[in-house]
Design a protein around this ligand. Structure first.
Ligand SMILES: [Zn+2]
Length: 407
C-alpha cells in the first residue's frame, strides 16, 4: 500500500503530486548550482516542484490526505526510487514517520476547531526559514487554512512570499475563495474532485474491511465525503444519527412534530459537542498545566491564569463550532434525502444517495410534487445560511422543520 492509496478517485492530483515529488527529489540530488539556482537531473523539470501548494476540494474529498501523502513522498527514502519507483512507498522510514506525525521536518498545523493565532504563525514562519534537519524538505502543512485569523494569514503570507529554498508550504482549504488572494496567488492550486461512490465503497472494503453492501450504502450516503462515508461504515452511532435525521421528513406532519424534530436535532448536536469536549478539553488543560510546571495543591505558576482563561475561551468557541458542524452534517443528510425524493418524483434512474431509504423516499415523493420538494430543499439551504450568520440554532432549525411541513 503506497501513501497514495487513501486518495480515492483523484488520479489526476496523484499524477501531479508524484511528478512534483520526482522533480523535488532531482532538486535535492543535484543541490545548488554556483548561481544559486537548482540544477535538475536531465529529463526532470525542476520547475514542477513549487514552494507553496493550495489543496482545495469539496468537503471530505481528501485535501489533507493528499497533502500528507505529498509530504511523505517528499521524505520518502525507498531504495526503489533509484529504479524509477513512485515516491511515497508507504513503507520506508520517511513515509512512515510522516504518516504517523513524527517526522522532524514535517510540521502539522491543525486547527481542529480552534483558530491559529498570529503568534503561532510567526513562530512557524521563523521555523520555515531554517534548513530541514534531514536535508530534504521542511514541510509545513496547514490544515483548514481558511480558519486562520486575519493577522495569522498575513504572517503566513510573509512565509509564502519569501520561501527558503527547501521549505514547502501546503495549505488545505475548501475553496480558493477561502484563502486571501495574496496567498493563493503564490500557491500552486490543486483541486480535488468529488470521488465516485463506487471508488469510495471499494476503498472501504479494501482498507477498512467493511462488508461490500454496508460499504455501498455508506459510500452513497457520504455523498462524496470520504471520511463521512467511512464513519457511516464503521461507526454504529454515526449510522444511528443519520437514520434519526432521515426520519424528520416523515415526522413533520404537524407543528408539534416539527418542533420536536427541531429540538432533537439541536440536542443531538449539543451532545456531540460535549462528548468531544470531554476528551479534548481535559487533555489540553493537562498539557497546559504540564507546560507551566503546575503542581497539584500548590499555587498556580505565574502566567498560568491568563493562559488558562485563553484556553477556556478557545475551547468554548470550539464547542460552538462542533455543534454547528454536527448540525451541518444533519442538514446535508436532509438535503440529500430531498434531492433523492426529487429524483424519484422525476423518475430518474440510477443509484440514490439514500439507497437504503427507498420506502421512505417513495412515501414522501408520492405525498408531494417536485415543486414542494424544491421548496423544502430551499428551506434546508436557508437554514444553513442562517447558521452561517450565527442565528440561534434552535430558531433556525425550527423555522426549517416548520417549512418542511407546509403543503
Ligand atoms: Zn517511502
Amino acid at each position: 500500500m503506497s501513501v497514495w492509496d487513501d486518495l480515492v478517485g483523484q488520479d489526476r492530483v496523484v499524477e501531479q503530486l508524484t511528478t512534483a515529488a520526482r522533480a523535488a527529489r532531482a532538486t535535492v540530488a543535484a543541490g545548488r548550482t554556483s548561481t544559486g539556482a537548482y540544477a535538475a537531473e536531465p529529463g526532470v523539470n525542476a520547475s514542477l516542484m513549487t514552494h507553496a501548494w493550495l489543496f482545495t476540494g469539496p468537503p471530505g474529498a481528501g485535501q489533507t490526505t493528499a497533502a500528507r501523502a505529498f509530504a511523505a513522498a517528499l521524505q520518502c527514502t525507498s531504495p526503489d526510487l533509484e529504479l524509477g519507483g513512485v515516491p511515497g512507498c508507504g513503507f520506508c522510514d520517511g513515509c512512515h514517520t510522516v504518516l504517523s506525525g513524527s517526522h522532524a521536518d514535517v510540521k502539522y498545523v491543525r486547527t481542529d476547531g480552534l483558530s491559529i493565532g498570529v503568534g503561532d504563525m510567526r513562530a512557524l514562519v521563523l521555523r520555515a526559514a531554517s534548513y530541514p534537519t534531514g536535508g530534504r524538505w521542511s514541510v509545513i502543512l496547514v490544515d483548514a487554512a481558511h480558519r486562520l485569523t486575519e493577522a495569522a494569514a498575513n504572517a503566513l503570507l510573509k512565509g509564502v512570499e519569501e520561501p527558503s529554498p527547501r521549505t514547502v508550504w501546503m495549505l488545505c482549504a475548501p475553496s480558493v475563495q477561502d484563502v486571501l488572494p495574496t496567498i493563493r496567488s503564490r500557491c500552486r492550486l490543486l483541486v480535488l474532485r468529488t470521488p465516485a461512490a463506487e471508488a469510495v465503497a471499494d476503498m472501504l472494503v479494501r482498507r477498512d474491511g467493511v462488508e461490500p453492501e454496508t460499504a455501498r450504502i455508506a459510500a452513497l450516503a457520504g455523498q462524496g465525503d470520504v471520511e463521512r462515508a467511512r464513519r457511516l461504515a464503521v461507526d454504529e452511532q454515526a449510522r444511528a444519527r443519520r437514520l434519526d435525521v432521515l426520519r424528520i421528513p416523515l415526522e413533520v406532519a404537524d407543528i408539534g412534530g416539527c418542533l420536536a424534530a427541531a429540538q432533537r436535532l439541536v440536542d443531538t448536536a449539543k451532545a456531540d459537542a460535549e462528548a468531544l469536549a470531554e476528551t479534548q478539553d481535559a487533555k489540553e488543560t493537562d498539557d497546559l498545566k504540564a507546560a507551566y510546571g503546575a503542581v497539584e495543591g500548590s499555587r498556580a505558576p505565574r502566567g498560568m491564569a491568563g493562559a488558562t482563561k485563553e484556553l477556556e475561551k478557545r475551547q468554548k468557541s470550539r464547542a460552538t463550532r462542533t455543534r454547528r458542524e454536527t448540525l451541518g452534517v444533519a442538514l446535508l443528510d436532509l438535503l440529500g434525502f430531498y434531492r433523492d425524493v426529487l429524483a424519484v418524483q422525476l423518475g430518474a434512474t440510477g443509484a440514490l444517495s439514500n439507497e437504503d431509504q427507498r420506502p421512505a423516499l417513495g412515501r414522501v415523493a408520492a405525498a408531494g410534487t417536485p415543486e414542494n420538494t424544491l421548496r423544502r430543499m430551499e428551506a434546508v439551504l436557508a437554514c444553513r445560511r442562517a447558521m452561517d450568520r450565527n442565528v440561534d440554532p434552535l430558531l433556525a432549525v425550527e423555522a426549517m422543520t416548520v417549512a418542511l411541513r407546509a403543503g
